[in-house]
Design a protein. Structure first.
Length: 279
């Protein structure tokens, strides 16, 4: 069994295996993998897409979901003891918590595999799902040129991790002071988008918006990207902030159905972590 805390926990071949399992999930070839198994989930009430798709995926595989608010992990009880008890009942633990050190500690003390459902410094399931969706619509997603518009935060760092694992060509567009170390950088969207195939964004705190005024993805900017380029804003996105209303309504926007892949990929991640090999 394996934990999944960072995309850099994977090799390129592991990504291929997870994608093959996701294909089988989507085709209905894998059923009942979690029958008579229980998954304990720690999610804040505000979680929407990741929580829904984890819970539905566990249900589709015949498993039981038991959810607690993430704040339960912040009580006085030592995490070593929490893990000791969870191991008596849980076959899988899925955690969304702002502090990745909490997830790392749980992975250290739990025998059951631990899956990271988002922290303040990364969101591996989200970006892995995006890559799976791109693999279905692009000729070779590994050869595409990627642009990430946003700060050095959890989504940006996950795209950086993906680039490291898969050898992706990644550039960041951001205001001064928000750069990710080791990633090519550009200060304005008009230069950054030229020659790119996949444009990704992350939302910004209101206080940062003035620093990113030259990084907003517009319809006119997307027209400077490569032929067939796509816009993949990470939800929740905000029209009029990191993206314009016009570009969200354009042919470049990959659409809400793009996130359907969360359902299949997260089931595949669970199977991978539990050690289920290809059938």
């Amino acid at each position: 069994m394996k934990d999944f805390i960072r995309l850099t926990d994977l090799h390129s071949g592991d990504v291929d295996q997870i994608f093959r399992i996701a294909d089988e999930m989507k085709q209905g070839k894998r059923k009942g993998g979690l029958r008579e198994k229980s998954a304990v989930l720690f999610f804040p009430d505000s979680s929407l897409r990741t929580r829904v798709t984890f819970e539905k995926g566990i249900y589709l595989q015949g498993g039981q979901s038991i959810r607690f608010p993430a704040e339960v992990l912040e009580k006085k009880e030592d995490l070593r003891d929490v893990c000791g008890y969870l191991d008596q009942w849980a076959d899988l633990v899925v955690v969304r918590h702002k502090d990745i050190r909490v997830i790392e500690t749980m992975a250290k003390y739990l025998d059951a595999p631990v899956v990271n459902a988002m922290t303040d410094c990364n969101h591996p399931c989200e970006v892995l799902s995006d890559l799976y969706a791109l693999s279905k619509m692009r000729e070779d997603f590994r050869k595409d040129k990627y642009l990430f518009c946003g700060k050095a935060g959890n989504i940006g760092f996950s795209w950086k991790e993906a680039a490291q694992v898969l050898g992706l060509d990644l550039t960041q567009c951001c205001g001064k002071g928000y750069e990710m170390e080791g990633v090519k950088n550009c200060r304005n969207i008009w230069e950054a988008v030229v020659g790119k195939d996949v444009i990704c964004t992350d939302s910004l705190p209101s206080s940062m918006l003035p620093d990113f005024k030259d990084c907003q993805v517009t319809l006119a900017a997307m027209r400077l990207a490569n032929e067939g380029a796509v816009l993949n804003p990470c939800p929740p996105f905000y029209r009029g902030e990191e993206v314009t209303e016009e570009v969200v309504g354009s042919k470049y926007f990959v659409g809400y159905g793009f996130k359907e892949s969360l359902l299949w990929v997260q089931q595949a991640v669970v199977a991978y972590c539990l050690g289920e090999v290809m059938g």
